[in-house]
Design a protein around this ligand. Structure first.
Ligand SMILES: *Cc1c(COP(=O)(O)O)cnc(C)c1O
Length: 406
């Protein structure tokens, strides 16, 4: 059997490669940070990590993790409800709820699991899920596992959301679900309007704060802070694998009864291992740091504003961003690849995104800003973009044609 399957797989792999969609992994030899060492030993400036607050290699978190290995061991070897709940897990859950102003929290091994395990226990075929068309893969998969009726609305399109809500009025319960920040454009979901529509059409709201937690809002509490809706949203999911230190772990936080039922019925929680104590301990430390100061958010917001301003002044076409994600629009897929390759030679580590990750003719380089970046590093990045852009006679938009950058 395997001989046939093997040639089938080889053909699949070849067609992925031919389509230019084969994903090669670049290897990093250093910790995550503003400067990373790549496999040829070269050091480059990193602009493609979710390390928004620069915590991935933070001393205080490393110390907390190390001491938790001594006090609580390396792993827990159990799911939560058998013997996988340590005091650290409960403390971390409480910290997350306090951070978001919610009632309770349930931890998962990853946000992929949080999203995968949230819908099916809560909703049935009598209910409706109304989902943004650009939601993360884990939300899409989670919705697939649930029998609720599915409605989809165009990205952040409130007119379409309203139409879908009207269509869903026959269902018993309605849940609107959206990413809080969309990872390819950096825009935020218009939660104020979503919330109003939810009230009008008697629906609940779920947001995934993976790219916004720690980042968006004056103190980094996410989009519920930005829109003054702290504590009002029924379900928030998020990750510990991005701004919050970047190790591993996900969570669902929100209304008490929802979290309680998830503890009883959510399959990735019931049938998968607890996060290691070192991750829980470092997470607790991280939330303590967030309580003490907003310096990292202030620096991140300053850095993002500075970078966007500089890139626009240089003539680049940047999507309006409300997060730390800056999409430098190139439109052409090949150009985005060539640009990223040349930028790496200039010591700037970025990735080009093109169809099918983004719509056709919407290729771009996604730059992710971090509180770990210093101004001169941002300047270097802008200068390298300008140099390479000029080498490539960068066409700014299809309609504007070729234009020299400043
Ligand atoms: C990254 C991401 C996830 C997955 O988080 P993990 O903890 O890495 O599984 C889920 N949802 C969104 C919106 C994300 O950006």
């Amino acid at each position: 059997m395997y001989q046939n399957f093997k040639s089938f797989l080889s053909e699949e792999l070849a067609s992925i490669e031919q389509a230019g969609l084969y994903k090669n992994e670049r290897i990093i030899l250093s910790p995550q940070g503003a400067i990373i060492k790549v496999s040829d030993g070269k050091e480059v400036l990193n602009f493609c990590a979710n390390n928004y607050l620069g915590l991935s290699n933070h001393n205080a978190l490393k110390e907390a993790a190390k001491s938790a290995i001594d006090s609580h061991g390396y792993g827990v070897s159990s799911v939560r409800f058998i013997c996988g709940t340590q005091d650290l897990h409960k403390q971390l859950e409480a910290k997350i709820a306090k951070f978001f102003g919610t009632e309770d929290t349930i931890l998962y091994a990853a946000c992929f699991d949080a999203n995968g395990g949230v819908f099916e226990p809560l909703l049935t075929e009598e209910d409706a899920i109304i989902s943004d068309s650009l939601n993360h893969a884990s939300i899409i998969d989670g919705v697939r596992l649930c029998k609720a009726q599915r409605f989809r609305y165009a990205n952040a399109d409130m007119e379409d959301l309203e139409n879908q809500l009207k269509k869903a009025q026959a269902q018993r319960f309605r849940l609107i679900v959206t990413d809080a920040v969309f990872s390819m454009d950096g825009n935020v979901a218009p939660l104020d309007k979503i919330y109003k529509l939810a009230e009008k059409y008697n629906a609940m709201v779920m947001i995934d704060e993976s790219h916004s937690a720690g980042v968006v809002g004056k103190t980094g509490r996410g989009v519920t802070e930005l829109f003054n809706l702290k504590g009002k949203i029924e379900i928030i999911t998020g990750t510990l694998g991005k701004a919050f230190g970047g190790a591993i772990g996900g969570f669902t936080t929100g209304k008490k009864e929802i979290i309680e039922l998830l503890r009883q019925r959510s399959r990735p929680y019931l049938f998968s291992n607890s996060i290691p104590p070192m991750v829980a301990a470092a997470g607790i430390k991280m939330f303590e740091m967030m309580d003490e100061s907003n310096d990292l958010q202030i620096k991140l917001h300053e850095n993002t504003t500075y970078f966007v301003k500089g890139m626009k002044a240089a003539g680049f076409d940047i999507k309006p961003t409300e997060s730390a994600i800056c999409a430098v629009m190139l439109y052409d897929a090949k150009l985005s690849q060539e640009m990223a390759t040349r930028l790496l030679k200039e010591g700037i580590y970025v990735i080009g995104f093109y169809f099918p990750v983004v719509p056709k003719n919407q290729a771009r380089i996604r730059v992710q800003i971090s509180a770990a970046h210093e101004k001169e590093q941002l300047d270097k990045c802008i200068a390298a973009f300008t140099k390479v852009g000029n080498q490539l006679n960068l066409p700014l938009t299809p309609s504007k044609g070729v234009r020299k950058l400043k």
